[in-house]
Design a protein around this ligand. Structure first.
Ligand SMILES: Nc1ncnc2c1ncn2[C@@H]1O[C@H](COP(=O)(O)OP(=O)(O)OP(=O)(O)O)[C@@H](O)[C@H]1O
Length: 253
């Protein structure tokens, strides 16, 4: 099977400083992969490198088996939907219009129908006509999530999709990514809630100081040692009636 995303031994520098150091990541269709790590670890840089949005100093990035360096923007957009970390929207357009931008290559009528469906999935059908700048922060985040869903791209990449969402909406958003994976999409998410990440992702990739330091099924990737050494936490993932949950406190040697 051709990987939806693959990054091979990628290094990215900011000035002289490498902020991504020899990172590799492969994501297959149907998988939900969580990228986790402390602030400044390099998660966003890794996603942007994989999408061809951050220049590689060395290594290679492929989308759908094709080197991103040789792809134009329209082809990259067809291969991957991207929800950036910044929830910036310039114009106070109705929510449905912003969501329909995800389906901009479709006819206007179809794009509107796709947008309305996506807004319904994120629980915002009732606010479809409201200007996005007149929504709460969490509501606006849902609109942008709807825009991502509207792409129906073979790869969905979301940088902190749960940020600013209430607990129910956080769980809903992860359920929706599960549905997207079930239709065959490859999904890559960054998440700071490690319990949520462990519950919602098939695989976790732990990034620390620009390197992939561990990778695998949630319990294999987030061991007590990784929690301590990468996140400065003392504790473990524990199985509960709600699924895996993080029981941890700050580590003080
Ligand atoms: N434009 C920039 N110029 C210089 N350094 C940058 C720039 N953008 C990011 N960095 C640095 O690159 C490193 C990785 O940043 P990145 O945004 O990838 O981290 P992250 O893991 O996504 O963090 P967070 O969880 O805080 O969003 C950080 O040390 C950051 O300060």
């Amino acid at each position: 099977m051709t990987a939806a995303l693959s990054l091979h031994d990628a290094t990215v520098r900011r000035g002289e400083t490498p902020v991504l150091r020899g990172a590799s990541l492969t994501v297959q269709p149907g998988q939900v992969v969580g990228v986790v790590g402390p602030n400044g670890a390099g998660k966003t840089t890794l996603l942007r490198a994989a999408l061809g949005l951050a220049k590689l100093d060395s290594g290679r990035a492929e989308l759908g088996g094709r080197d991103v360096a040789g792809l134009d923007e329209a082809t990259r957009a067809a291969l991957a939907g991207y929800l950036p970390q910044e929830r910036r929207v310039g114009w106070n357009l109705p929510a449905w219009r912003i969501a329909s931008l995800g389906a901009a290559l479709k006819s206007p009528a179809l794009a509107q129908a796709v947008a309305m469906d996506a807004l319904g999935r994120v629980g915002l059908a009732g606010l479809a006509e409201r200007g996005v700048l007149d929504l709460s922060g969490g509501e606006r985040a849902r609109v942008l999530l709807a825009r991502l869903l509207a792409t129906a791209a073979p790869l969905l990449v979301a940088d902190e999709p749960a940020a600013g969402l209430d607990p129910d909406a956080q769980l809903l958003s992860l359920e929706l990514f599960g549905e997207e994976a079930a239709r065959g999409a490859a999904v890559v998410l960054t998440l700071h809630d490690l319990g949520l990440a462990a519950r919602a992702c098939d695989r976790l990739v732990v990034v620390g100081s620009g390197r992939v330091v561990s990778e695998g099924a949630p319990r294999d990737a987030l061991t007590p040692t990784v929690l301590r050494e990468v996140f400065g936490l003392e504790g473990a993932l524990e199985e509960t009636s709600a699924g895996l949950t993080l029981a941890a406190r700050r580590y003080r040697p």
